[in-house]
Write a protein that binds this ligand. Structure first.
Ligand SMILES: Nc1ncnc2c1ncn2[C@@H]1O[C@H](COP(=O)(O)OP(=O)(O)OP(=O)(O)O)[C@@H](O)[C@H]1O
Ligand SMILES: [Mg+2]
Length: 548
């Protein structure tokens, strides 16, 4: 703020009536050099601080977003594309961070410069300031008008990038199918459309934003010319020294510079606001409703489960389960069979409270599960899900997942029971082999066996097996059957299987059809009924006369 003043004073010392005052000029020059050095140093320090700040903000924002994501209801992920969520976590958060580290400092220093220059000019020649009465409203008007146009364009850019990422993610995960069906061309074309959309949206936003700076610059240059003319007139009339004219011109540049810069920053802020909107939008998503206030922790779970007239639909306008009622006694094995899409996995989703029932109640030991803490409830179950999930980590860690302090012996015992021990030993580093990238390096069946081994280590009072052995050959299945029986022993177990041979020993078989329980009973009872189960069973074994 001081240097134009100093240079003005230096000019006046050169212009002195008694000739050039060299000592005075040197003094001001030296002061100016020192000031310049000090300014550089502090601005470096400031940007270092701001970079640190923005790094911390970005890291906290990512952490909050991620934490929040894990609290969202499962139904959220039915609507959002994975790639889009990742785009918010990476691109949008980065955009906000970049604004914080650079633009915020600029805005602050601009503010100081504008106010400081104004005060300086006021002390030098208030009459020239009148020029700004015209030019500044013009600049501000242009800036605001442009901002209004530009903001939606940046929102669109973020959305388009999200859509492109979503599409890319889908394509990468389905690449095998795409190749197998020779759909590369089609996929490439569609990706090109997404990419073009993203590029066009980016171009349009940046391009439109870029007009603002030069327009404001033009206004500023005109005002600078006017200041120079007025200053010169005032000098000739003897109302101001030449040094002060020079100072004033320099201050007026400093004064309007930030306004010009601000127009540029504003476009960056607009893009940042659009990104922040998406970040905040995700943060504003309702998490799973909190547990009821009067929840009772589960102390000693017996494993008595009752579905009482339960109806459910994933969306408001469809019903997947219709008036389902049944009771599972503690320690019994309940098998659920029925054709694809009849609602078997849905029953499990409700039992685990991944979704809540639309009508009716599910009771655990006589208590409505909505009256139980979710965490407690989920801990009562050991699950082997239909879609297996392995994470980036060693085989050991994947099997020991979900329990602390598991020993090597326990893991080996579980792996042996799941008949996966020999396969693990044949891996390059045995139990310490890293399973990478969603476990692509091992087969589907092997993955399933690993998740079964994982379940064997869990000590919960209930067990859920959803198509646990669907990818395993019949021989291996028979071999792990013993271990499975051991696992089911003393636990209320829900077993879903398409291969009916695996569930003939169940205490109760529920036969489902289009979301309704149509038959229930033991294997023998159901065969004797000669109903749906009888047909299912014989269709599978193709031995119609044997049972009769
Ligand atoms: N997340 C979801 N959103 C909307 N509808 C769903 C969702 N998941 C399943 N559905 C629908 O609910 C019905 C029952 O699905 P569910 O997964 O329970 O079938 P399933 O009996 O487990 O079938 P499968 O034997 O193939 O595993 C299906 O018609 C399906 O389209
Ligand atoms: Mg299913």
């Amino acid at each position: 703020m001081l240097s134009p003043r100093l240079s003005g004073a230096a000019i006046d010392a050169i212009e002195h009536e008694a000739g050039v005052q060299f000592p005075v000029v040197y003094k001001y020059v030296l002061l100016m050099i020192m000031l310049a050095a000090f300014t550089s140093l502090t601005s470096w320090a400031l940007s270092a601080i701001m970079i640190r700040l923005s790094r911390n903000v970005v890291s906290k924002m990512r952490k909050d977003l991620f934490d929040h994501m894990t609290t969202l209801p499962i139904s959220f992920f039915d609507q959002y594309q994975t790639g889009d969520v990742i785009s918010i976590l990476s691109y949008d958060v980065d955009t906000v961070g970049a604004t914080l580290s650079t633009d915020l400092t600029q805005i602050l220093s601009s503010l100081i410069t504008v106010v400081g220059s104004f005060v300086m000019m006021l002390t030098i020649a208030p009459e020239i300031l009148l020029i700004f009465v015209v030019t500044i409203p013009c600049s501000i008007g242009v800036t605001r008008w442009r901002a209004k146009i530009v903001r939606p364009l940046f929102s669109k850019r973020s959305r388009m990038l999200g859509a492109m990422n979503g599409y890319a993610e889908e394509a990468v995960s389905g690449l095998k199918t795409i190749r197998a069906y020779h759909q590369e061309e089609e996929f490439n074309n569609r990706f090109r459309t997404h990419n073009d959309n993203a590029v066009n949206a980016t171009w349009k936003a940046d391009h439109t934003a870029a007009v603002t700076g030069p327009t404001v610059n033009l206004i500023n240059n005109l005002s600078l010319a006017a200041v120079s003319i007025f200053g010169a007139l005032l000098y000739m009339a003897g109302g101001i020294t030449l040094g002060n004219v020079s100072s004033f011109v320099l201050y007026s540049r400093k004064f309007s510079g930030p306004i010009n810069e601000f127009a540029n920053i504003l476009s960056e802020i607009q893009s940042s606001l659009a990104a922040a909107e998406r970040v905040l939008g995700l943060l504003a998503m309702e998490p799973e409703p909190a547990d009821a206030v009067d929840v009772q922790p589960i102390t000693d779970c017996q494993g008595h489960v009752e579905f009482r007239d339960v109806s459910f639909g994933y969306t408001a306008d469809t019903t997947v389960l219709h008036h389902v009622s049944y009771t599972a006694e503690p320690g019994k094995v309940i098998a659920i069979v029925g054709e694809t899409g009849c609602g078997k996995t849905t029953m499990i989703n409700l039992l685990m409270r991944f979704y809540d029932v639309t009508e009716g109640t599910i009771l655990l030991d006589g208590v409505d599960i909505r009256q139980l803490p979710r965490d407690d409830l989920r801990q009562q179950f050991t699950m082997v899900l239909q879609d297996t999930w392995l994470f980036d980590g060693t085989v050991f860690e994947n099997i020991a997942y979900g329990r602390d302090g598991v020993t090597r012996e326990e893991v080996v015992r579980a792996a042996k029971a799941a008949h996966i021990h020999d396969m693990i030993l044949s891996l390059p580093h045995g139990y310490d082999t890293i399973v990478t990238g969603s476990g692509n390096s091992i087969s589907k069946g092997q993955k399933q066996l690993l998740t079964i081994a994982r379940a064997m280590l869990m000590d919960a009072s209930m067990l859920i097996l959803d198509e646990a052995t669907s990818n395993v050959d019949t021989q291996t299945e028979r071999r792990i059957q013993d271990a499975m029986l051991q696992l089911m022993h003393g636990r209320t177990s829900f077993v879903i299987a398409h291969r009916l041979s695996t569930i003939t020993g169940a205490d109760c078989i529920l036969v489902m059809d289009k979301g309704r329980i149509v038959e229930s009973g033991t294997h023998e009872e159901l065969l004797a009924k000669r109903g749906t189960y009888y047909e299912l069973y014989h269709a599978q074994f193709d031995r119609p006369n044997e049972a009769a």
